[in-house]
Design a protein. Structure first.
Length: 325
């Protein structure tokens, strides 16, 4: 596909050192997004009804299993909740508590296995370490996108052999049991669950909430990690995509060609998901080609390489509202 600049070289060289200058020059720390764009009601609201983010779907996988795409009503509810969370946090803030500008996220990785074989989910530690490196490159801007506030630090690998949890099936009682049994840490800890998953899907995530849920975290197909066997989706960007949801990003095609779209002003409107790598695709009359190289679309890993400054700002705003200590 060739659209990701020098990606293989950068990944082979390790995580690049970056600065937050771009982020801090384009995004105000702790400032809420324009919730009015979603016609969100004011005042405090209950937890969003749907805390589950959309899954990432393989090319051709949508027919097998359509993910939980958020409705316009659910988007309004989520945006109102974000505004309420920011107001509530501001009311508790003292001179000693300020919005965070840089964040290192501890990552607990749960490797769910059917048995001790590779086919049964027993992937090597090296794939997990490479996945953390991919997250750090993507979120640091080293692959060619905007610098974000986030870095990731592997704190634990937890291997669990439990055939009743394998494969991991989205929305199942087994998934809920797995997460409630294994999840570690507070709101600021990323719990990453790896295994074979629902056919047609690559992974899914939860959006942040004001109250920590035992289901909070990210599920990713094990063979989508760097060096995995999943064709076209084995450079680690399913993880990048799903962590974006965990940090409160919507898909770039959320809302289609409507004015509100994904709530980020600098991601061009997109009518529907892009698959493979359709260079020059333009599905909306608004300015800009479809953002097929954005991590929050559905294109091949080789095609996607960037977040935008607006997405970086939105993630940091949500972190300060929901996940900061």
């Amino acid at each position: 596909m060739g659209l990701r600049p020098n990606l293989l070289t950068r990944r082979a060289a390790g995580v690049a050192s970056t600065t937050l200058a771009l982020l801090l020059s384009t995004a105000a720390v702790g400032v809420a997004p324009a919730a009015a764009a979603f016609s969100a009601p004011g005042g405090t609201c209950a937890e969003p009804a749907d805390a589950h983010a959309d899954a990432r779907v393989k090319a051709g996988g949508a027919a097998k299993h359509e993910p939980n795409e958020l409705t316009a009503a659910q988007i309004k509810e989520r945006e109102a909740d974000l505004a309420a969370a920011l107001r509530e946090r501001a009311s508790r803030r003292t001179g000693a508590v300020a919005p965070l500008a840089t964040v290192t996220i501890p990552v607990v990785v749960h490797v769910i296995q059917e048995n001790s074989t590779r086919a049964g989910g027993n992937i090597p530690d090296s794939m997990i370490q490479n996945q953390i490196a991919v997250l750090n490159q993507a979120y640091s801007g080293a692959t060619g996108g905007a610098v974000t506030a986030f870095a990731f630090q592997l704190s634990k690998i937890n291997r669990v052999v439990n055939p009743s949890w394998y494969p991991i099936l989205e929305g199942s009682s087994a998934e809920r049991s797995m997460k409630s049994s294994l999840r570690e840490g507070g709101k600021n800890t990323l719990n990453l669950y790896l295994g074979d998953v629902t056919p047609g899907l690559l992974g899914w995530a939860t959006f942040p909430q004001q109250r920590l849920s035992s289901t909070d975290g990210v599920v990713v197909l094990n063979e989508s990690l760097p060096g995995g066997t999943e064709p076209n989706y084995n450079q680690g960007d399913t993880g990048t995509h799903e962590v974006g949801h965990w940090l409160n990003l919507y898909h770039t095609f959320q809302g289609g060609c409507s004015a509100s779209g994904d709530g980020v002003a600098d991601t061009p409107a997109e009518a529907s998901p892009a698959y493979e790598c359709p260079t020059g695709r333009n599905t909306c009359s608004a300015a800009g080609l479809d953002p097929i190289t954005n991590f929050m679309d559905y294109t091949y890993d080789s095609c996607m390489y960037q977040f935008t400054p607006g997405q970086a700002s939105r993630m940091l705003t949500a972190w300060n509202a929901y996940r900061a200590a």
